[in-house]
Ligand binder design. Structure first.
Ligand code: AMP
Ligand code: GLY
Length: 423
């Protein structure tokens, strides 16, 4: 079968690597992809926000399945677009329709969903501009730190955590006045949860589900989890503190109620659900839902899937996931992200990347790269994910670290302490 994979990051490179190993695959297309994905399929220049362009490509190239990597096309309704088109409606799209994508597209919707279905999450209230004073009053009932979240998608920047009450009030006002544009016309204020975070992923056909390996990502730019938030500087899987008993709690208290909740609310959901969780006193709470796989978590989760991922996706599309088997590799996997100097602030693109051919013992998943005059150059803040297998996450990290030092480009930066808190 022919598959169209939408996206251009390290996540999509890891997915392309895995899908290309499937005996069920005839041809893989990646739109738009990067220099790494072109090893596993054909990159195509498509404007992924123009669904008519996607339609033309899908029909002309006899695409049999579409896998959507990032959230934006899902929130914009790509799946609904396929279902409402007579020529496209029988082509499965992996990724929820708009209604399900609201779990990520609106924090207020997600919080409401969790409370309604009794899924553990931080206490919250939502406010729009006409209720600013009530927002101030709610902040006064909470203890510091104060967590303010833009309701809509804000490119991962919409969460602000502040220690000072007056600053929190000021920030609430700024957010409601358009700090994040339309995305912060509503703001969720919630109780701060103190604990350790992890990411858990499930693939669902709307009825049954498969739990993928869990992962922990490292979002801050600096060592010791200091400095600005990034898209993610590294990840490990498995997560040592997520033992069998804790994972069972996650399944019983969070995953099952989420799937059942979607059914009760008549939200037909086919795709991945990403549970951003925090462990507080040995209990799991949901920090956020995402309606896609995480990045860089995918770069450690997908290499641990032993089964044919394409076969699993086909089952998810057909609604027969209960007939499939998910086998997990018992080895540990870690990834270290090489980023451009200056990231997550301003940085320059177009830096020549060298020594890629000297890498041994690791998989390279490109994130922000492109081919220019037959050379691979940087093309984004996050440039390359260096993924390795090991007996433990620390063995794996050692291999990634060795290769992180070998690969060169001007301004290269990476964290040497991924996994530091798990030792
Ligand atoms: P989000 O975009 O919702 O994942 O939030 C970004 C980050 O903010 C999370 O990964 C957490 O580290 C932190 N965060 C969000 N909500 C809370 C909360 N209620 N308590 C503590 N930390 C939080
Ligand atoms: N690594 C977190 C995310 O993909 O949003």
């Amino acid at each position: 079968m022919n598959v169209l994979l939408i996206g251009s990051g390290g996540r999509e490179n890891a997915l392309a690597w895995k899908l290309s190993q499937s005996p069920l695959l005839t041809k893989l297309f990646i739109a738009p992809g990067n220099a790494g994905t072109s090893t596993f399929g054909e990159n195509i220049r498509l404007n992924i926000s123009t669904f008519d362009e996607i339609k033309l490509f899908v029909l002309n190239n006899h695409i049999n399945l579409v896998l959507v990597g990032p959230e934006q096309p899902l929130v914009d309704g790509i799946h609904d677009f396929f279902l409402s088109d007579t020529d496209l409606k029988n082509i499965p799209v992996i990724g929820p329709q708009k209604a399900g994508a609201m779990l990520e597209g609106s924090k207020d919707f997600a919080k409401h969903f969790m409370i309604k279905h009794n899924i553990p999450t931080a206490k919250y209230q939502s406010f729009s501009k006409d209720r600013l004073n009530e927002g101030f009053a709610f902040l006064e009932t909470l203890k510091a730190p104060f967590v303010l979240k833009a309701d809509g998608l804000a490119a991962g920047k919409g969460v602000i955590i502040l220690d000072d009450l007056n600053e929190a009030k000021e920030t609430l006002k700024e957010m409601l006045n358009g700090k994040f544009g339309q995305a912060s016309s509503k703001v969720v204020i919630e109780e701060f949860l103190k604990g350790i975070e992890l990411s858990v992923f499930a693939l669902t056909d709307g009825k049954s589900y498969k739990i993928l390996p869990e992962a922990k990502d490292y979002k801050r730019i600096g060592e010791g989890d200091a400095g600005l938030n990034t898209g993610g500087m590294g990840a490990v899987s498995p997560v040592p503190f997520a033992d069998k008993i804790f994972m069972k709690k996650i399944e019983d208290k969070i995953i099952i109620p989420t799937i059942v909740g979607l059914q009760k609310d008549k939200i037909n959901y086919k795709g991945f659900i990403f549970f951003g969780l925090i462990k507080v006193d040995n209990e799991p709470f949901v920090i956020e839902y995402n309606v896609r796989l995480g990045d860089p978590e995918t770069e450690v989760v997908v290499p641990r899937i032993k089964s044919d991922l394409l076969e699993l996706l086909i089952h998810a599309g057909k609604g027969t996931l209960n007939q499939s088997i998910l086998e997990i590799d018992s080895r540990a996997v870690s990834t270290i992200m090489l980023v451009s100097g200056g990231y997550p602030g301003e940085y320059e693109n177009g830096k020549k990347i060298s020594n890629l051919n000297l890498v041994i013992d690791s998989l390279l998943f490109h994130a922000g790269t492109k081919t220019e005059n037959s050379e691979i150059v940087t093309n984004g803040g996050r440039v390359l994910a260096i993924t390795s297998y090991g007996k433990t996450i620390f063995d794996a990290l050692e291999k990634s670290l060795k290769n992180a030092k070998i690969i060169e480009f001007s301004g290269k930066y990476f964290r040497k302490d991924i996994g530091f808190d798990l030792k």
